[in-house]
Design a protein around this ligand. Structure first.
Ligand SMILES: [Ca+2]
Ligand SMILES: [Ca+2]
Length: 506
């Protein structure tokens, strides 16, 4: 580590680009309870053409809608708290069965009171893969599969920022997927759903769902309280699976001839007859890395893990209650925050003991990994307190009146730029941001040290970092560092005031 002297300069500059998107011919079709062009959502969908937006004002709309394969956005003005589609127990509330793709979007509704054989709230079938964002799917029932959402027949919707709660089915209380479906479920909450038989939160058959940065809690069923997999290859990354229960096998997850990959998850406080955490039967092979299995309970056998009939598990760099053989595994209280909060606290043995090879780039909180000396086990990467004050910094700089700091570097020094970027803009739009770091050395040569691209962020403040080594070819002495945050998508501005940099030289 080097001490910092004066006479170098740090500039933080900001670049942004504007990307103008959209069809100049696109229309907005307004829906409201009275006094506008359409008083039902379906009537507006029927009239909409590709690129149009059906924009729904506040209220409860009692209808069962079908998006008809149109490349349109159906969105509410004021979000799911103010805008409800009530299916009136007359079938699925929302149906996608015309091969929709990601250009068909449903955004910002409470989807309520559907009753159907499959897909009480939302039914995706016949290779329909729309985008479903910011919805609350609740109080729906399927007599067969998918109380909240059903995906079958190679249907693979992108489900983001949704709450799927208090739904009921025989198979897949919250969600069901089958027949080569591969939905992605990101930043969702799947809570308090019930299945009569299979998969309280999610039931999967011959499919490959991916669940990322989501919480699956308090679901119940006969098998697979949280998740039940049958002939499937589930991916679970940065998820918390807690307080689920199954009367038979698999409080959190049961696998029947299935091959889930579970990376950096926290699986705790689930309960079952056998296999309180993970239950594997009929030649299943769960692959489990950087994951906490702690405080799960079983009545008969296998509090954390139960494997029978030719099943095995590949589990390493994980914290398993009672212990389990495998490289990097530990058996030590993870020291959760408590009271249902599964964030780590200082002193947790899970801090900095995961393997980088398997770890994702950030955690369930969207906080970047790693922090501190290494990657953490479980869904949470531990930050000692609120960011960014807890970044380990050797020197902290603030901008002088001229926007310049003076620092003296030597070639080969490691430099870390930690900063915060705030995106302002449409909360329903995902933006990319890029952090770049340049230097100009004492001889006036210009080097790009590196750049990091962060994709798909909604407006908010995010803490970003970049670590690089000053080139050995750089001339020592007075050096200028310039980092630039570049917003690469959308028309929103970055907030310049948040670009106060933390410069860490080692
Ligand atoms: Ca760490
Ligand atoms: Ca965290």
């Amino acid at each position: 580590m080097r001490l910092i002297h004066s006479k170098c300069a740090v500039f933080l500059s900001l670049l942004f680009t504007l990307v103008i998107t959209g069809n100049v011919y696109a229309a907005t079709l307004d829906v409201c309870k009275s006094g506008c062009a359409y008083t039902t959502i379906q009537a507006a969908i029927n009239a909409a053409a590709a690129g149009d937006t059906v924009l729904v004002d506040d209220g409860v709309y009692t209808e069962n809608i079908n998006l008809l394969g149109r490349a349109i956005t159906v969105a509410s003005v004021n979000g799911s708290a103010n805008t409800t589609i009530n299916g009136n127990a007359l079938g699925s509330v929302v149906t996608f069965n015309s091969g929709e793709n990601i250009t068909t979007k449903l955004e910002g509704f409470t989807i309520l009171n559907g009753l159907a054989e499959n897909g009480g709230g939302i039914n995706c079938m016949a290779a329909s893969s729309p985008s479903i964002t910011d919805c609350v799917v609740t109080g729906n029932q399927a007599t067969n599969s998918g109380g909240g959402i059903n995906c079958v027949g190679s249907s693979s919707p992108a489900i983001n920022n949704c709450q799927i709660i208090n739904n009921l089915a025989y198979d897949g209380g919250g969600l069901h997927c089958g027949n080569s479906s591969a939905p992605s479920i990101t930043h969702c909450t799947i809570n308090n759903n019930e299945a009569g038989f299979h998969g309280g939160g999610l039931g999967a058959h011959n499919s490959s769902p991916a669940i990322i940065k989501s919480i699956i809690s308090n679901n119940i069923s006969e098998v697979g309280g949280g998740i039940a997999c049958n002939g499937s290859s589930l991916e679970l990354t940065n998820c918390i699976i807690s307080y689920n229960s199954a009367q038979a096998g698999g409080g959190a997850i049961t696998c029947n001839t299935s091959f889930p990959t579970i990376i950096n998850c926290t699986i705790s406080s689930n309960h079952a007859g056998v296999g309180g955490g993970i239950n594997g039967i009929n030649s299943s092979l769960p692959v489990v890395k950087n994951t906490i299995l702690w405080g799960n309970t079983a009545i008969v056998v296998g509090d954390e893990i139960n494997l029978v009939s030719g099943s095995s598990i590949d589990i390493t760099y994980s914290d398993i209650g009672g212990g389990w053989a495998g490289v990097g595994n530990i058996d030590s209280d993870p020291l959760f925050t408590g009271a249902g909060d599964f964030h780590l606290t200082g002193g947790s043995p899970c801090i900095d003991t995961a393997l980088a090879t398997y770890a994702p780039a950030d955690d369930i909180d969207d906080e970047l990994r790693p922090q501190g000396a290494g990657y953490d086990i479980g869904a949470d990467e531990y930050y000692a307190a609120a960011m960014p004050d807890t970044i380990t910094v050797k020197q902290l700089y603030t901008e002088d009146a001229a926007g310049i700091w003076n620092i003296n570097f030597a070639a080969g020094d490691e430099i870390t730029v930690n900063t915060a970027i705030t995106i302002t803009g449409d909360p329903a739009v995902f933006y990319d941001m890029q952090l770049r770091c340049f230097i100009i050395d004492a001889a006036g040569n210009n080097y790009l040290l590196g750049a990091r691209l962060y994709r798909n962020y909604t407006p908010g403040t995010y803490y970003v970092y970049l670590t690089a080594n000053l080139p050995l070819a750089a001339a020592s002495g007075v050096t200028v560092i310039r980092s630039a945050a570049l917003l690469a998508q959308g028309t929103s501005l970055l907030d310049r005031s948040t670009l106060a940099a933390y410069i860490d030289i080692q």
